[in-house]
Design a protein around this ligand. Structure first.
Ligand SMILES: [Zn+2]
Ligand SMILES: [Zn+2]
Length: 145
């Protein structure tokens, strides 16, 4: 099973929060993670544990930092999310609805399926909201247009 498929929505929220707040500093304290997610410190800790055991964050003296593995996992997550948004947009959903619809499936999709959707969609370079979609391996490694 791929890493993303093992994560829950709340764990991904915690990972994104650590990525946002980390920014090369000394790391994000537990209470900042808890506050950012609107949960208690023990709940935040329960979310961070699996992220640490999957090597996505490193914890030192109570502070969390994103690892390079965590960074690539987040990049991959954004690819899944935005490719799914593109699919829903082309299926006719209004642009405002594509984000919520993509949240329902982005963690469940395998990389292979995302790749196949990306190909079928003609390798979109941006999501319906104009955010960049990183080129996938089957787009020849470069830009198509
Ligand atoms: Zn592609
Ligand atoms: Zn989007």
């Amino acid at each position: 099973m791929e890493t993303l498929q093992r994560l829950t929505r709340r764990q991904v929220d915690a990972l994104r929060l650590v990525a946002r707040r980390d920014a090369g500093g000394p790391g994000v304290p537990l209470n900042a993670v808890a506050e950012g997610l609107g949960v208690t410190a023990p709940s935040a800790l329960a979310l961070l544990g699996p992220l640490e055991s999957n090597g996505l964050i490193a914890r030192f003296r109570g502070k969390s930092r994103l690892t390079s593995r965590g960074r690539s996992c987040l990049d991959e997550y954004l690819r899944h999310h935005r490719v799914a948004e593109s699919l829903f947009a082309r299926a006719g959903l209004p642009r405002e609805a594509t984000h919520a619809a993509a949240l329902e499936v982005d963690l469940a999709l395998s990389h292979r399926t995302v790749q196949e959707i990306c190909e079928a969609e003609g390798h979109p370079s941006v999501c319906p909201h104009g955010r960049p979609i990183a080129p996938c391996s089957s787009s020849g490694g470069g830009r198509r247009r």
